[in-house]
Design a protein around this ligand. Sequence first.
Ligand SMILES: Nc1ncnc2c1ncn2[C@@H]1O[C@H](COP(=O)(O)OP(=O)(O)OP(=O)(O)O)[C@@H](O)[C@H]1O
Ligand SMILES: CC(=O)N[C@H]1[C@@H]2OC[C@@H](O2)[C@@H](O)[C@@H]1O[C@H](C)C(=O)O
Length: 364
Amino acid sequence: MALYLGVMSGTSLDGIDIALIDQEDTHTRLLGTHYLPMPADLRTDLLALCSPGPDELVRAALAEQHWVRLAAQGIDDLLRQQRIQPTQIRAIGSHGQTVRHHPAQGVTIQIGNAALLAECTGISVVSDFRRRDLAAGGQGAPLVPAFHQALFADDNSQRAILNIGGFSNLTLIEPGKQVYGFDCGPGNVLLDAWIQHQQGLEFDRGGDWAASGQVQPILLKTLLGDPFFLTQGPKSTGRELFNMRWLSQQLAKLPAMMPEDVQATLLELTATSIFDALQAAQDRTDELLVCGGGAHNRTLMKRLAELLPATRVASTEAYGISPDWIEAMAFAWLAHCCLEGIPANRPSVTGARGPRILGAIYPA
Ligand SMILES: Nc1ncnc2c1ncn2[C@@H]1O[C@H](COP(=O)(O)OP(=O)(O)OP(=O)(O)O)[C@@H](O)[C@H]1O
Ligand SMILES: CC(=O)N[C@H]1[C@@H]2OC[C@@H](O2)[C@@H](O)[C@@H]1O[C@H](C)C(=O)O
């Protein structure tokens, strides 16, 4: 029995996910989970750090302290609930919070003060997972495809695993072939931004607001005209590209539209960009396994199923793993790979020069 914790704070900034796993050889078992909603003041501070501003270094250092104290409290709560001592945990894999991602410039920044997390928890921490891949010429993202493959590879089926978080990324797993994957565009980030801007709501539950509007083909065509969608992988993206400013610029090119029609079109953008990327990457998809918060968006799931009539489209829940915990589990697994000296990037995915052991270790 080897216990690890994974801590994931994704691009949606909705909260921190913590997963407790038992890694036995190549088998990963989820033992417990804990979710910490992001406090509004921390969310504001982290979001502000995602674009240029004054005194960024000190603001980042202060924000990451706040983030670590919250994560450490969550870890303590989870371990108490599971009646497990910190000394029983081999390591925490902590993704931290991405505040910038410019792979073409060799820059990706995840804040999350691993030294302080080790100090607060008394547990070894592995963090800084992306920069070694970037140093080797890769995108530094997505990293989860190797874990998707470990969880879901099937000898008899051509599968694709789709994460719909703030951004969406695909992993293609075909029997006898190298795993392939890439970011395919905005997942929930624009849907969240638009409903926040229009209605002050955090997200469009079930995609109900989007379902009340009409897709506007001219807007969809304009949005899909962004060069990101036309580029083949390896590729990764983030808030640097797809954000409220980008959306406002696209909307400004066109006549005014009803807000619900914009939301409907943004949902169609998410679905279509995934569909197009999947069609280009896989000749046949038997099963599409969906994870991330977008798996709860009924309207989006229905649309994906309509676009892919020959594919079984289902949440990973149907395969025994809740869609909400796969990324946190992945970072626990990545900590295991680091400690065991197992390369965890996939050059076929990130474009790195070769396999690399990912992460930096902060001993307990
Ligand atoms: N019931 C629901 N209906 C519609 N959307 C939902 C629902 N539940 C969650 N979401 C969406 O999922 C998002 C959170 O997804 P998730 O936690 O996978 O993102 P993340 O981990 O921050 O992203 P990333 O994978 O990009 O790092 C929310 O912001 C929301 O848009
Ligand atoms: C730089 C960064 O944080 N990228 C995230 C983001 O969220 C989804 C997508 O964009 C993916 O590329 C990645 O996260 C997951 C965990 C990954 O690395 O696989």
